[in-house]
Ligand binder design. Structure first.
Ligand SMILES: Cc1cc2nc3c(=O)[nH]c(=O)nc-3n(C[C@H](O)[C@H](O)[C@H](O)COP(=O)(O)OP(=O)(O)OC[C@H]3O[C@@H](n4cnc5c(N)ncnc54)[C@H](O)[C@@H]3O)c2cc1C
Length: 416
C-alpha cells in the first residue's frame, strides 16, 4: 500500500468508473489529485455493460475510446420485441457522431482500461481507505478516513456510489424512490441464432428481458423480476427466456458465467455541490438500468467537472466557473432519471389491455423515422447534451484549453 499523501488539490473519494475518469482527466491536465477507495481490490464483476456514443466521444479526452472499442462489441441497433415480432427498431448507425453505435463491454474491463490509463499518466488509487468525515473551512477541506488518516484538499469529489458518505457528510439529500421490482442480471453462453449485432428488448406479459451480445461469445441477460433469486442460475435464466424471449428460434442457455440481482432506485441529489465538495456519478444520481444510462451519465459528469477544476487549478480561472457544474450536469441527470423512469414503466406495464395498446402504439411509432431517431439520440445521450448546448470541447481537456471550452459553454444562452 502506498502512503496516503497528507495534502492535494483534489481528493477523489471512490475509484469506480466515474472516479477513475475524473482522476485520469485531472492527472492528464496536470492537476494534483489523490484517489482513495475503501475496497481492498478492484471490483471484477460485469455490471454496466453498455457504453454509449456520447461517452466514447468524451473519453477521447483521455485517449481510451479506441482501446474500449477494440475490446468491446459494436452494436448498431436496439430492437423492442414482442416475442418474434419487432415492434420498434432503433438504429444508431446514422447518428451524428464518430461512434454511431452502442459498445457492449463489461464494466470491469472499462475500469481496467481506465486504471491502466491513470497509471500511464502517473496516477494511482490508494486502496483500503474509507472516508468517514469531511470538514470544510474557507481555505479547503479536511477529509478523515475510518483509520484516522487525514487528507487536506482544496476540493473533494464524492464519486463513492449510491450510498455516498461524501454526500451524507455534505448534508445533501438524495430525493427519489425505489422500484418495487428487482432486476436479474447474468452473463451467459447461449445457443442463439438471432442477430449478434443487436440488443433485443423483449416486452412480455411477465416483464422485460434484454439479450445483448458481449465480448468472448457471451451474452448479457437483464430481466425484471418481482422477487429475483440472489444468484440466478442456468434454469432461472432459461425460464425467463422461455417465457419472454424468441419462440421460433428459442435461445438455450449453455452456462452462466456471472449472475446477480439488484434493486433499482431513481434518485437525484438535491445539489451537486456544497462549497468545496462536489458529487458525480451514482453519488449524484441513480436510475433504472433501462437503456444503460447510469455509468454513462456518471462518466460524462466526471469529464465535465474535470474541465472546470482544471480551469481553476491549472489555468488560474475564477472559481466561479465551478458554479456552472451543477447548472450543467444536474438538469441532464434529471432528464436521464425521467427518461429511464418512463422507459421502465412502458416496458413493465402489467395490464394486458394496456400492453396491447402499448404494442400497437410502438408499431405506429416505428413507422415515423423522426421518432426512431429521437429515441436513438436520447439513448446514445447525444440529444441531452446537444439540447443543452454542451461544448464538445470538454472532451479535449488534456490538450486544448479547458478554460476556453468551459467559458464558451457557459456563455451560451442555454447553459444555465
Ligand atoms: C449488480 C449491479 C449491476 C448493475 N448493472 C448495470 C447495468 O446493467 N447497466 C447500468 O447502466 N448500470 C448498472 N449498474 C450500475 C453501475 O454499475 C453504476 O452506475 C456505476 O458503477 C456507477 O459508477 P460510480 O463510479 O459512480 O460508482 P461505483 O461504481 O459504485 O463506485 C463507487 C466506488 O466508491 C467506493 N466507496 C464507496 N464508499 C466509499 C467511502 N466511504 N470511502 C472510499 N471509497 C468508497 C466503492 O468501493 C466503489 O469502488 C449496476 C450496478 C450493480 C451493483
Amino acid at each position: 500500500m502506498f502512503e496516503l499523501p497528507r495534502s492535494t488539490d483534489v481528493l477523489i473519494v471512490g475509484a469506480g468508473p466515474v472516479g477513475l475518469t475524473l482522476a485520469a482527466s485531472l492527472q492528464g491536465a496536470g492537476v494534483d489529485v489523490v484517489v482513495v477507495d475503501k475496497a481492498t481490490e478492484v471490483a471484477n464483476t460485469s455490471r454496466a455493460a453498455v457504453i454509449h456514443a456520447r461517452t466514447l466521444e468524451v473519453l477521447h479526452g483521455i485517449d481510451i475510446s479506441d482501446e474500449l472499442v477494440r475490446r468491446g462489441v459494436i452494436v448498431p441497433r436496439f430492437t423492442v420485441r414482442d416475442r418474434d415480432r419487432a415492434l420498434l427498431t432503433i438504429d444508431f448507425d446514422d447518428l451524428p457522431t464518430r461512434h454511431p453505435y452502442a459498445l457492449m463491454l463489461p464494466q470491469n474491463i472499462t475500469e481496467d482500461v481506465l486504471t491502466s490509463r491513470l497509471a500511464e499518466l502517473g496516477g494511482r488509487v490508494h486502496r483500503s481507505y474509507e472516508l468517514a468525515r469531511v470538514e470544510q473551512d474557507g481555505d479547503g477541506v479536511t477529509a478523515t478516513m475510518v483509520g484516522g488518516e487525514t487528507v487536506r484538499a482544496l476540493y473533494v469529489v464524492g464519486t463513492d456510489g449510491m450510498y455516498s458518505a461524501v454526500r451524507d457528510q455534505a448534508g445533501i439529500g438524495f430525493t427519489g424512490d425505489t422500484y418495487g421490482q428487482s432486476f436479474v442480471l447474468a452473463d451467459v453462453h447461449l445457443d442463439w441464432e438471432l442477430d449478434e449485432r443487436e440488443v433485443m428488448l423483449y416486452f412480455a406479459p411477465a416483464g422485460l428481458v434484454v439479450v445483448a451480445p458481449l465480448p468472448d461469445g457471451r451474452h448479457r441477460i437483464v430481466a425484471t423480476a418481482d422477487v429475483a433469486p440472489e444468484h440466478p442460475d442456468r434454469d432461472d435464466i432459461q425460464a425467463l427466456l422461455d417465457a419472454r424471449g424468441p419462440q421460433k428460434r428459442p435461445a438455450r442457455v449453455k452456462d452462466v458465467v456471472w449472475s446477480s440481482r439488484f434493486r433499482v432506485h431513481h434518485r437525484l441529489a438535491d445539489r451537486f455541490r456544497e462549497g468545496r465538495v462536489f458529487l458525480a456519478g451514482d453519488a449524484a444520481h441513480v436510475h433504472s438500468p433501462a437503456g444503460g444510462q447510469g455509468m454513462n451519465t456518471g462518466i460524462q459528469d466526471a469529464v465535465a467537472l474535470a474541465a472546470r477544476l482544471a480551469c481553476v487549478l491549472r489555468d488560474g480561472a475564477d472559481e466561479r466557473i465551478l458554479d456552472g457544474y451543477e447548472a450543467e450536469r444536474r438538469p441532464i441527470a434529471g432528464d436521464v432519471v425521467a427518461f429511464t423512469h418512463r422507459m421502465t414503466r412502458v416496458a413493465t406495464v402489467g395490464h394486458s389491455g394496456i400492453r396491447r395498446i402499448r404494442n400497437a402504439a410502438l408499431r405506429v411509432l416505428n413507422q415515423i423515422p423522426a421518432v426512431r431517431r429521437n429515441v436513438a439520440l436520447n439513448l446514445s445521450e447525444l440529444a441531452i447534451d446537444r439540447r443543452r448546448g454542451h461544448a464538445d470541447d470538454h472532451a479535449g481537456l488534456a490538450g486544448a484549453s479547458a478554460a476556453e471550452s468551459v467559458r464558451d459553454f457557459d456563455a451560451t444562452p442555454t447553459a444555465s
